[in-house]
Design a protein around this ligand. Structure first.
Ligand code: SAH
Ligand code: MG
Length: 211
């Protein structure tokens, strides 16, 4: 399938480790492009990992002459550490017993030549909540999917979506047998709040527009 990115970025995106089906990447490009056109402003990503989705958001930011801030402590989510199956042994240091995706992300952004459009925030989303004061055109939540991390991210960042902007949530599964509950629960909470309406959906990616 064709990725909705310039050829070199599409190739890099494909080669970057991460958790993003291509149809969902295209939907992320389409819905965030629409949002920054409708409501200009910076983009915020929670959960950079190695930069797969960051390439898409960074390119949208570059096209719109704005910035994408991407947040990660780079120590992996609970389910990404051994012995869980999402653990990538090439990113895990068995001596220090920790994961480190930061140097891969730095390489990804440099190879993508998106250094002027992507700002890396290295730290927990709790820290980002304190450090980042601004409103965003797009907030993309794809960090820790355990209940505490997911709900904190919702609590910290959903309210920072500017009116007319987009709250995108990844790994939303209606059926419990398809995946964890928290991303689905925060989507439901956002809809119940009355502040958002569902405007986009592709696979496990959901787009909600702030009213
Ligand atoms: N968007 C990425 C995947 C993100 S995986 C892609 O396109 O492939 C989730 C990431 O969230 C992990 O890298 C993990 O380190 C990070 N994470 C989990 N909990 C976090 C927290 N509380 N603060 C910051 N980052 C967190
Ligand atoms: Mg995800």
């Amino acid at each position: 399938m064709t990725l909705l990115l310039p050829k070199p970025l599409a190739a890099l995106c494909r080669a970057t480790p991460g958790f993003f089906p291509e149809q969902e990447l295209n939907a992320l490009v389409t819905m965030t492009k629409r949002a920054v056109t409708r409501r200009p402003g910076p983009l915020l990503e929670i959960g950079s990992y190695c930069g797969k989705s960051t390439i898409a958001l960074g390119w949208v930011a570059q096209q719109a002459n704005t910035l994408c801030v991407t947040v990660d402590h780079h120590r992996g989510s609970i389910e990404m550490k051994p012995p869980f199956p999402f653990a990538d042994p090439t990113l895990y240091d068995p001596v220090l017993e920790r994961m480190d995706s930061l140097s891969t992300l730095v390489d990804t952004v440099e190879l993508a030549q998106l250094g002027k459009s992507v700002a890396l925030f290295v730290g927990s989303s709790q820290l980002a909540n304190v450090a980042l004061a601004s409103q965003f055109s797009v907030v993309f939540i794809d960090g820790g999917h355990d209940p505490v991390s997911e709900w904190l991210d919702y609590d910290y960042f959903a309210k920072r979506v500017a009116p007319g902007g987009l709250l995108a949530i990844h790994d939303v599964f209606e059926r419990a047998e398809d995946g964890g509950r928290p991303p689905y629960e925060i989507m439901v909470a956002a809809l119940h709040s009355g502040d958002f309406e569902l405007t986009g959906r592709q696979g496990s990616l959901v787009g909600l527009t702030r009213l």
